[in-house]
Ligand binder design. Sequence first.
Ligand SMILES: Nc1ncnc2c1ncn2[C@@H]1O[C@H](COP(=O)(O)OP(=O)(O)OP(=O)(O)O)[C@@H](O)[C@H]1O
Length: 526
Amino acid sequence: MSPLRQIWRVIRAAHPREMRRGLALGVAVALSGVALLGLSGWFITAAGIAGAAGLGAHFDVFRPSAGIRFLAITRTASRYGERLLTHDATLKALAALRVRVLDGLSQADFAQQSRLRGGEALNRLTADIDALDGLAIRLVFPALSGLIACALSFAALWLWVGPGVAFWVVGLSLTGALAVLIWSGRAAMIPAAEAEARHQALRSATIDRLRGRPVLAVAGRLEDAGAELLALDADARRAQMAQARIEHRAQVLLQALSALVLAGALWLAGDLVLQGRIGAAQAGLAVFVALAMGELTGALQRGAAELGRMRDAARRVVPLLQMSHERPAPATATRPGLRLQGLTAAALPGLPPVVRDLTLEVAPRETVALTGASGRGKSVVLNTIAGLVAPVSGQVQVGGEVGYLPQRPALLAGSLRDALALAAPDADDVMMGAVLRHVALDLPLDLRLGEGGSGLSGGQARRLALARVLIRRPDILLLDEPTEGLDAATAERVLAGIRDWLPDAAILTAAHRQAERRMADRIVAL
Ligand SMILES: Nc1ncnc2c1ncn2[C@@H]1O[C@H](COP(=O)(O)OP(=O)(O)OP(=O)(O)O)[C@@H](O)[C@H]1O
């Protein structure tokens, strides 16, 4: 099934009743629109003829004008109801879709997450899902209600005017509009997708450059970065213009088609009147129905132009809905502590292994330091034990809960209390204060951090992340260079604090510093 159809299923399944009612009202809108114009045409012509013939006093103006008023009110009311129902249902479905995409993004495994950058994830959640809101409102509903209205108009024209006129008006409108819409949909496919891709690139690049502002400023490259962004912006607008040009051409073609259908309807119906086969009022009906056809096809034009954008967005969003929720669970050992047996591990699945055949045991109350030159695979070993990546071969056995301080832990905006509550929602202020003291962080719990934990020094941020791991009191503690960015005295205090807080834990540390090695009972070199 194509991604676009999968998305349509999700949207439809979210609120099927509202969608069905919305469609019924959409058909009512289309039909009352055609009927309103048809009846008006008939009425104007019939009243004119009656007046010219001096029969005005006997002509029944009340019933047709009541009918016209009724149709006008029906059209307005059903348009209102249709908009209310379909927009409401679509927006709710998209909100649900956004939650599912966010869910997919957060459930994604380590490999998928490390491939997806922040800007891209934001694009998936916002721009891509926004692009899909036109699927129901601008494409599926106008197409379905238009088709039904066309079929009924065809029957009415056949019955009251004649088969030739019915074929000309409905048949030509339908096939002509279909041809134009297919052409414009195809022609706009690439520019529409490109415009979207460029806009997304611009958004990602803007986030990147904003994040990297200090580096760019120091390197004297701020102006260049600005120029790059402007160039991306110009690219995005160029692609959007190309799409708009195709849309305008489609509009012109549809209007020309409408004029052609109208002229033909006039000529054919006029001919039938001259032959005496229909009355002038019936001819009026035919001409006005021809006018109404243009309205039906025009409604689809926007949707056709956006098809490329929607299709690409669906292609990117659907895989996120099916993100694997499985994690490589480490084998739980009956014995406490940590055991690695013949572990061969790679940074990401599919990459060549960086660590081969590592066998290692860390008992409770023991601290082991993992050493080795930069890039030897210390972090890879810790990621594998933490279950972020599955081992290539060999075994990881953990006897208890694992806590992990990665090399670059993420902090979120909020207070220090919020940061700790993320790991231990039930912890009280006394416990939080105690854990902060153990990592030598003398800051109030109410202190508020900005985006990404900004507002703390590098060493403070690291200690807060460490406190967040410690507060859960894990049985097995994995630390990737825990004292990076700390002065020697603070580093000593933190290392002593860790052991004091978790006297029984099995601790494995990726260590570069002397202090970290001194803390260890054993050293394992990679
Ligand atoms: N996301 C990744 N994609 C591809 N290769 C990676 C990735 N992460 C790490 N690697 C590679 O795996 C190898 C081991 O990296 P790792 O981070 O485990 O080293 P390390 O021993 O912890 O180094 P350091 O002491 O500098 O932190 C490196 O050669 C690195 O290039």
